[in-house]
Design a protein around this ligand. Sequence first.
Ligand SMILES: [Zn+2]
Length: 250
Amino acid sequence: MNDNQLLRYSRHILMDDIGIEGQEKILAAHVLIIGAGGLGSPAALYLASAGVGTITLVDNDTVDLTNLQRQIMHDTERVGLPKAESGKAMLARINPDVRVIALQERLEGARLDELVAQADVVLDCSDNFATRHAVNRACVEHRVPLVSGAAIQLDGQVSVFDPRREDAPCYGCLFPPEQAFEDVQCSLMGVFSPLVGIIGAMQAAEALKLIVQLGQSLAGRLLLLDARTMEWTSIKVPRNPDCSVCGAKH
Ligand SMILES: [Zn+2]
């Protein structure tokens, strides 16, 4: 680290749980963020400010006026631009050290596999089950930890699925891909603006903890937030030996 970096990251370096060694792990890390919307915005902003060396930011959408109520990585001037590009510009302003790869595409198939395999941690900040299941399958396949978040109206949830751990469930253990879960999207149901900030920031926190190998991750636990009462519920999620994604393989 140069003098500038020692200053920029000094409040991490001062921490016993991170220190120089932990910050160097952060600087060397590659995080894949799928979705540059409500969850992806705060997650990417914190990961960039914290100094994650490479961030691949994927979103096939463009910035819409209705996004700006909560998608804090974008601003009024960027309406109409690709979210990935808009996000890249914002992250560069916060921390020019970070290499941001902006991809305006819908990730699937071999392309998704390729990008997941390159990442140290994947953040699922998408808004639909098809993407979540595809991302989970790729993370199980390549044994890359997945930090998953979701928010609708006043309900949020966050968890970590870590296929490197024999005892930890995958996303499919919790939400079997064979079962038809209905997508409930913000565009129809609405979402409370700061709720996505809370959940997205927690995703960034879990990603940094995994990178630094700090504390205990949310693997095996699902946190549910009811923002009406601001109460968190922690649910233990066991691994399902019959899971169609991770069950037969391991
Ligand atoms: Zn599973």
